[in-house]
Design a protein around this ligand. Structure first.
Ligand SMILES: O=C(O)c1ccccc1N[C@@H]1O[C@H](COP(=O)(O)O)[C@@H](O)[C@H]1O
Length: 229
């Protein structure tokens, strides 16, 4: 397919020309202000802050504030949680300027909606089943992030799932994740034509340490796909 599927609110579906569409990029698990600044100036659309304490990319609120302060305008700040206590999410939201929530665990739709913020829901592609069943279960989500994990396990594993399982007719923004890197993201975008891609370990020199050269290579690979379209 040489284009991107889009469904209007009326239900009318079209393929948007590949030339007029740009796959968005989220760099997740940023732990240092200088790497947030680098990511933004290299062209990242969003950066993710991990508020899951068992992750090597977990940040405390002071570090998160420093990362946010390093960002220029028009870069979305995403707060990632995995099965958090509601009080913790509320505390983060009260202290930090968060644009979007990402729920990566087994959170129910009512829980995700309870903060009255825009949110994306992670779909565990490590399990069999139709991703569109998740889309139907979370009608208030503004997008869905397809990662390689199974229910009950963490994301950020660096593992790839079968890209042939990405639906082309979900009717909502899909964000591909899971084991993406500068070596494979071009193929992923060409094959699945997602709304966005999300990367964590594939642009790191060590767990939790982003590598500016890898981030640059990753973002270049994504834009190269569009220039060749
Ligand atoms: O990044 C983490 O440490 C993390 C922890 C808990 C849940 C999700 C996490 N990361 C998310 O997983 C995807 C894929 O990561 P990777 O590129 O395979 O390393 C990442 O983009 C985050 O959204």
């Amino acid at each position: 397919m040489n284009g991107y599927p889009f469904k209007f609110s009326s239900g009318y579906a079209i393929i948007v020309s590949a030339k007029s569409f740009r796959t968005r990029v989220k760099i997740c698990g940023v732990t240092r202000p200088e790497h947030a600044r680098d990511a933004a100036h290299l062209g990242a659309d969003a950066v993710g802050l991990v508020f899951h304490e068992r992750s090597p990319r977990a940040v405390d609120r002071a570090t998160a504030q420093a990362v946010i302060d390093a960002l220029p305008p028009f870069v979305t700040v995403v707060a990632l949680f995995q099965d958090p206590q509601a009080a913790f999410v509320r505390q983060v939201l009260s202290e930090l300027r968060i644009d979007l929530l990402q729920f990566h665990g087994d959170e129910a739709p009512e829980f995700c909606e309870g903060f009255h913020r825009r949110y994306i829901k992670a779909i565990p592609m490590g399990e069999s089943g139709d991703p569109k069943a998740w889309v139907a279960r979370y009608p208030s989500a503004v997008g869905f992030l397809l990662d390689s994990h199974s229910r009950g396990t963490s994301g950020g594993s660096g593992e790839v799932f079968d890209w042939a399982r990405v639906p082309h007719d979900a009717g909502v923004p899909l964000i591909m994740a899971g084991g993406l890197s500068p070596d494979n993201v071009g193929d992923a975008v060409k094959q699945a034509r997602p709304f966005a891609v999300d990367v964590s370990s594939g642009v790191e020199s060590a767990p939790g340490v982003k590598d500016p050269q890898l981030m640059a290579a990753f973002i270049n690979e994504v834009s190269n796909v569009h220039q060749a379209d």
